[in-house]
Design a protein around this ligand. Structure first.
Ligand SMILES: C[S@@+](CC[C@H](N)C(=O)[O-])C[C@H]1O[C@@H](n2cnc3c(N)ncnc32)[C@H](O)[C@@H]1O
Length: 283
């Protein structure tokens, strides 16, 4: 049933706007998941906004086994944990933010440290819905630093979707983890989707937007080695990246399909264009 429903109307959907969010490639990604056939556990080591995870749940494709979701951003994982732990309180706090919403309130919320994961969930969802451009960005100290956005009527609390998200997360393992740790918990018959910060298309393009630390070429190489290791173990691997000479070289043994998405392509992020992306698979 759910499969036929338009994406905007059924739930759960991603509830954060995230750099590199995969909303646009969902149909291509779903086609690849279907091609992979039945799998045991699902792993997403760069979960971000979780577009594919929520889509698999929404369309009834998620197997009964536990899903493993991780990211090295501790604030993000705290949000997921908070929503899972007590969605009623997250909603109550969000409604309070909605009542108090103003530029002054925004900067006060931004400046203060969260009390717990539930408070952090409401805090980051609120800032994400009302901040400039609605994106999550941190400075070098890991502090959220997006300025106030001037929206007329920002949708601060989508109660129904948050409840569906909380339900989807009940059976997920949520960890703050470097992607290489995926090797510790994956077995034959599992499915892994890697959506790393993309390899930059040019030296000047700050294409990935990850200000903190960046994602080096060494990390791209390490990731490709991990993908090969998983392949040798009988794990189905799907990976997205930009279509660059390095990416083509690193995944020469895998199948690479070219897909197109609209992305911010220059360093100021204010010009958009159609970018060729690579969907890489071993099945
Ligand atoms: C392209 S985004 C994923 C977007 C996600 N698929 C979505 O739909 O929103 C990449 C993610 O990798 C995370 N990341 C960056 N470096 C990492 C690392 N070394 N280990 C694990 N996660 C990392 C970032 O925090 C970010 O959330």
């Amino acid at each position: 049933m759910t499969k036929q429903m338009p994406r905007r109307m059924s739930m759960p959907r991603p509830f954060l706007k995230w750099v590199g969010g995969k909303g646009q490639l969902l149909n291509e990604l779903l086609a690849q998941v279907d091609r992979a056939g039945k799998f045991h556990r699902y792993h997403e080591p760069f979960v971000g906004g979780g577009a594919l995870f929520f889509e698999l749940v929404r369309t009834g494709r998620m197997p009964a086994a536990k899903a493993y979701l991780s990211d090295n951003n501790a604030n993000l994982i705290a949000v997921y944990r908070g929503v899972r732990e007590d969605v009623d309180r997250v909603i109550a706090l969000l409604l309070e933010h909605k009542r108090k919403h103003s530029e002054k309130h925004y900067y006060e919320v931004r400046a203060r440290a969260p009390k717990d994961d539930i408070d952090q969930a409401a805090r980051i969802i609120y800032l994400n819905k009302t901040g400039y451009n609605g994106l999550y960005r941190e400075n070098s100290q890991g502090k959220y630093n997006v300025p106030f956005g001037r929206y007329k009527n920002p949708g601060i609390c989508d109660e129904e979707n948050l409840r569906a998200v909380a339900k989807a997360l009940q059976k997920a393992k949520l960890e703050v983890r470097h992607f290489a740790k995926v090797l510790d918990c994956v077995d034959k018959g599992d499915f892994v989707y890697f959506d790393p910060p993309y390899h930059p298309v040019s030296k000047t393009a700050s294409f990935t937007g990850y200000d903190k630390g960046g994602f080096s070429e060494d990390f791209q190489r390490l990731l490709a080695k991990i993908a090969e290791d998983l392949d040798a173990r009988g794990v189905r691997v799907l990976l997205s990246n930009s279509m660059t000479p390095l990416v083509k070289e690193l995944y020469a043994k895998f199948t690479i399909d070219e897909v197109f998405a609209n992305r911010n392509v220059n360093s100021r992020g204010d010009r958009r264009g159609k970018i060729s992306e690579a969907l890489i698979r071993n099945f």
